[in-house]
Design a protein around this ligand. Structure first.
Ligand SMILES: NC(=O)c1ccc[n+]([C@@H]2O[C@H](COP(=O)([O-])OP(=O)(O)OC[C@H]3O[C@@H](n4cnc5c(N)ncnc54)[C@H](OP(=O)(O)O)[C@@H]3O)[C@@H](O)[C@H]2O)c1
Length: 250
């Protein structure tokens, strides 16, 4: 018997990086996993790799109609959601003087509104008990140059996690926030390109700031998600859980 046999999970932003690793872990643990992301081909390839327990439902979390479609598919399969992971995220590196209205709307639209709508639209499908997992970022605890709107959008997610933990506790739903430090994913590769650095140099610079002196792996975030998804974390809600190589801790 595997820990998630018979369970159903939704993971947004699951075609690459952390979301994909979480979807893989949940499927390996026995769950049926619904994956969403905007790029249909990448998403379907990820689902195929993960295995027969993975279902790709393309969609953009910043678009309410797309999330309605995702929920319709899950409902149509006669499933309830035991676990929801609002993982899809996006960034735009810009200092205060340069931030555009479009960047602000885009970043808050995906990270903050997208997380809110993912959880809100999951509500009618949530099992009892259920576990909701939100993705923040260690940048919410720093003043990283050029990361202002990204960090603020994720600080809002952390705050929403507290409120939703209180609001959903009476119906047996726990809400927890995962706060990753630097994790080696395509998003970080994109950031390296934006700073004009090679991926190796960028990883090296980030690793040097961490007590553990290395980048995290998506699977290490997935291991925490697996713990928060299941009964072993049954007395934990509203909390923020760091997987950051000690970045914010020491
Ligand atoms: N990597 C890190 O160091 C790090 C650190 C702290 C926090 N985080 C957070 O962890 C989460 C995952 O990051 P990652 O590094 O794994 O990123 P990633 O490798 O770039 O993957 C992001 C995933 O989200 C999907 N996505 C992006 N925008 C979306 C949207 N509007 N609707 C639906 N899906 C969307 C992407 O697919 P499509 O492009 O096809 O939509 C992709 O599958 C994010 O919330 C990120 O902010 C990451």
């Amino acid at each position: 018997m595997r820990p998630m046999d018979g369970k159903t999970a939704l993971v947004t932003g699951a075609s690459s990086g952390i979301g994909r690793a979480i979807a893989q872990r949940f499927a390996d643990d026995g769950a049926r996993v619904y994956l969403t992301g905007r790029r249909k081909d990448e998403l379907e390839a990820a689902a195929e790799d993960i295995g027969s327990n993975a279902v790709a439902v393309p969609g953009d979390v910043s678009q309410a109609a797309d999330l309605d479609r995702v929920m319709d598919v899950i409902r149509g399969d006669g499933r309830q959601l035991d676990v929801v992971v609002a993982n899809a995220g996006a960034g735009a590196g810009a200092r205060l003087a340069d931030v555009t209205e479009e960047q602000f709307d885009f970043v808050f639209g995906v990270n903050t509104k997208g997380s809110l709508m993912t959880v809100q639209k999951s509500l009618p499908l949530l099992a009892q008990p259920a576990s909701v997992i939100l993705l923040a970022s260690s940048t919410i605890h720093q003043g990283a140059d050029g990361m202002g709107i990204y960090a603020a959008s994720k600080a809002a997610v952390r705050s929403l996690g507290r409120t939703w933990a209180a609001e959903l506790a009476p119906r047996g739903v726990r809400v927890n926030v995962i706060t990753p430090g630097p994790i080696a994913t395509p998003a970080i590769e994109g950031l390296a390109a934006r700073f004009g650095q090679s991926v190796d140099d960028f990883h090296g610079a980030l690793s040097a700031q961490l007590p553990l002196q290395r980048m995290g792996r998506p699977e290490e975030v997935a291991a925490l998600a697996a713990f928060l998804a299941g009964p072993e974390s049954s007395f934990i809600t509203g909390a923020e859980h760091f997987v950051d190589g000690g970045q914010i801790q020491v």
